[in-house]
Design a protein around this ligand. Structure first.
Ligand code: SF4
Length: 238
């Protein structure tokens, strides 16, 4: 029987791990509960990490010229810089990761579909964007499996997410003990899967494995990894 390595997944801490939502609540999610024994979760609550505490007054994204601010309307606090600094530090320290599961619509964690407003208090919603932390993840790790708990209720998206994280974890294991033999085997085992996603990419990956230029294994794996990660992201569309 194939033994898959455990994917490493960063998850919004309020999804089943800690009652750290602004109102002190926790989000129950059956899919995350079922996934837990099979992955290594890294939990994070960016709003708690920047010192907002729980419970706390909510924050919102406010349009400010060409950019956005993360504002707590009740206190007038602007936590944009703090959140950007935290996101940078946290993501810099992440050595290995295969995917992310975020709380949807959160101005911090959401990675899509987050409302932004024209002003801190009474301004109306004028559009949607990514949250501060979720957006930073997309910039840095947009080639990994990035999803939110709302979208993961869609079974097509869920299947693609699961396929991606286990394939990425397997490739990561190969990178830890690099060998041409291991890469040839990885490609052979995943051939049908790759073909189902993109025949063109599958052939491109096959050429990299054939290594006509006689590159070192480190270079071959780098080329293969780059191309391999490119297959997944377009498939996250609904
Ligand atoms: S959505 Fe993110 S910032 Fe908000 S409570 Fe959950 S983990 Fe914390």
């Amino acid at each position: 029987m194939t033994v898959f390595p455990k994917p490493r997944i960063v998850i919004s801490k309020c999804i089943g791990f800690d009652p750290c939502r602004y109102n002190g609540e926790i989000v129950k999610d059956k899919f995350v509960e079922r996934l837990e024994p099979h992955v290594e979760f890294v939990c994070v609550c960016p709003e708690v990490e920047i010192g907002l505490g729980t419970p706390r007054a909510p924050v919102r994204i406010v349009s400010s010229g060409d950019s956005f601010k993360l504002i707590q309307p009740s206190s007038g606090l602007d936590v944009s810089d703090k959140m950007q600094e935290f996101s940078r530090g946290f993501l810099d320290s992440l050595k290995e990761v295969d995917g992310f599961i975020f709380k949807n619509r959160s101005p911090s964690c959401g990675f899509t579909d987050v409302k932004f407003y024209s002003g801190p208090e009474k301004g109306p919603v004028i559009g949607k964007t990514a949250g501060f932390f979720g957006g930073a993840v997309l910039e840095r790790f947009g080639d990994r499996a990035v999803e939110d708990e709302g979208r993961l209720k869609n079974l097509n998206i869920r299947e693609h997410f699961l396929t991606s994280i286990f394939a990425f974890a397997r490739f990561r294991r190969l990178q830890q003990s690099p060998s041409i033999h291991g890469l040839v085997r990885f490609h052979a085992v995943n051939k049908m899967l790759l073909m189902a996603y993109s025949q063109t990419k599958m052939r491109e990956l096959g050429r990299i494995v054939a290594n006509a230029d006689r590159n070192r294994i480190s270079k071959v794996l780098e080329l293969y990894g780059r191309s391999f990660l490119e297959i997944a992201p377009p498939l996250v569309e609904t």
